[in-house]
Ligand binder design. Structure first.
Ligand code: ATP
Length: 513
């Protein structure tokens, strides 16, 4: 299936199966704002829990907080967001459409990357089993040429943005003959900076109201609480503070479904360390976060690191973990070595000392910070789009199956009476009454059992439990596994253990070891 078709299928499946709805749909929706539906809210909660357990519960030197969305406005002056949280924008004079200039250039590079992928696929076919992808990529003249072109374009873009040379960004767009993706027009305005923060007001009367911002990231709620947490938790460096919560950005190119939203949720952890140890911790968190992703078994080839050429004003090293979304490799998580920038800034703007007294060194210092920052909605899209498959079965029929990692699936099991009589529904309901203490389970009695299996497959439910007439005799049921469609006859008393083994967080997180 072409990538674009696959992506459309992801969006319509998310709606049809109660995962994601357009916000305020009855009023024709609100652009780049989405609601999580009955299944989506569960999947999102499970992803959040999976992250929280890996970061907070499993690390005795990381604690979690829940800071407010509203913060004192000086926070955003100190953090640099008032002056520097900008996107470079360009308008097309003919279509009147507005784009992010850097995204136009990056999309251009993604097209060249597609050409590389095509060359690789062609060669794979030609050489068969003898094909060595790494060797091909590093020696094939055409591929090397493409890669060189990408590297030089991105380097120039990075340097121009770094120097705030917006005229050169426009020149680059013109030299590459990049056209408006919607209309093909190349009639561009100059590139301008645009601040992404949403403003609002606190207070009743216009005169006394205070201008506030909706937080554009959760990180600052952690920095301003650094000393409170360190003191009350008696935390010793190195230690981390984690939090999950909503963030808001007035994104220009708010498309690609829940990949880029105006209201979204972040899962961030700030790790406070001794100055000079940042390289070691950067490598540590790069590796640890990648292991977390890989533990979900969504395909090792679907992830890669992308080290930043252009560093944000606060960072001395940064990398993205990119995931292969239906529209190509894109940032899923950022890992940033933020130096002591944030704490120093808050110290300066608040006039309060934000230092740590190191008993071993008998000295005070401003800690350095390593940040891991992942978008919950982006992770949701990664998990959901990766799971959706149209699988051709041996008999030639096609089943749509959502192969969500069982630990994240919204519903762990569906209990199905074979027929709606003879006491089978009662047994099915009693199984639910028992299992629901431990798992999200559902009851389904409508349609033939085969159709019910397909419905649960498409819904991502890892297990179907069927109660039939033999159950009346011997207390056994059939348990069917979503991915293999394998069926086993087991005792009702064994259900809990069988399900638990596959959905238990421990079983999954242990893969990080
Ligand atoms: P991008 O380059 O895609 O705009 P970013 O580098 O600005 O992202 P960060 O500020 O590093 O993103 O935020 C950390 C994480 O938050 C990102 O890796 C991403 O997963 C998520 N995120 C950022 N902006 C959005 C958004 N508008 N919608 C959904 N998730 C987002």
């Amino acid at each position: 299936m072409a990538n674009e078709d696959q992506f459309k299928k992801v969006i319509s499946h998310a709606k049809e199966y109660g995962y994601v709805f357009q916000s305020s749909e009855i009023y024709d929706g609100l652009s780049a704002v989405y609601d999580y539906a009955q299944n989506g809210a569960e999947l999102k909660k499970n992803i959040r829990d999976y992250w929280w357990k890996a970061m907070v519960q499993m690390n005795d030197n990381i604690v979690g907080i829940d800071a407010a969305i509203f913060m004192h406005p000086t926070t955003w002056k100190a953090s640099g967001h008032v002056d520097a949280f900008n996107d470079p924008l360009i308008d097309n004079k003919d279509s009147k459409k507005r784009y992010r200039a850097d995204v136009l250039v990056e999309d251009y590079c993604a097209k060249i990357e597609n050409k590389i992928e095509k060359e690789v696929k062609k060669a794979e076919k030609r050489f068969g089993d003898a094909f060595n992808k790494d060797e091909f990529i590093s020696t094939n003249g055409r591929v090397l040429g493409y890669q060189e072109k990408i590297d030089s374009i991105l380097k120039r873009l990075g340097q121009s943005l770094e120097k705030e040379d917006l005229a050169d960004v426009k020149a680059l767009i013109e030299e590459l003959e990049i056209a408006d993706p919607m209309t093909g027009s190349r009639n561009w305005t100059d590139v301008k900076q645009f601040n992404l923060m949403f403003g609002t007001k606190l207070g009743a009367s216009a005169e006394s109201a205070m201008d506030l911002y909706l937080r554009p990231e959760t990180a600052q709620g952690i920095f301003v609480n650094f000393l409170n947490v360190q003191k009350t938790g008696r935390m010793k460096i190195p230690f981390g503070i984690a939090q999950t919560g909503k963030a808001f950005r007035n994104e220009i190119v708010a498309r690609q479904f829940i990949f880029r939203m105006r209201e979204f949720e972040q899962m961030e952890m700030q790790f406070f360390i001794k100055p000079g140890t940042q390289k070691e911790w950067f490598d540590h968190w790069k590796e640890t976060r990648m292991k977390w992703h890989l533990s979900l078994g969504m395909g090792n080839d679907n992830y890669r690191f992308h080290d930043h050429e252009k560093l944000a004003h606060y960072a001395d090293a940064a990398t993205d973990i990119e995931f292969k979304f239906p529209f190509g490799f894109k940032e899923l998580e950022g890992i940033h070595s933020r130096t002591d920038f944030d704490l120093k800034q808050h110290e300066e703007y608040s006039g309060k000392k934000l230092q740590y007294f190191d008993h071993e060194d008998n000295a005070s210092y401003t800690p350095y910070v390593l940040e891991t920052s992942i978008g919950l909605d982006r992770m949701f899209l990664a998990v959901f789009s990766n799971a959706l498959e149209d699988e051709t079965l041996d008999d030639g029929s096609v089943r749509t199956v959502l192969k969500l990692p069982a630990v994240l699936a919204p519903t762990k099991a569906a209990v199905l009476p074979l027929v709606k009589k003879d006491g089978l529904p009662e047994i099915a309901k009693s199984i639910i009454e028992d299992l629901k203490w431990d798992f999200n389970v559902t009851y389904d009695e409508k349609d033939a059992v085969g159709r019910r299996y397909r419905r649960q497959d498409a819904n991502g439910t890892p297990f179907c439990i069927t109660v039939d007439h033999d159950t009346l005799e011997d207390n056994t049921v059939t348990i069917r596994h979503r991915d293999t469609m394998e069926q086993q006859r087991i005792n009702i008393a064994d259900l809990r253990d069988i399900i638990k083994k596959e959905v238990d967080v421990k079983h999954w997180l242990q893969k990080m070891k």
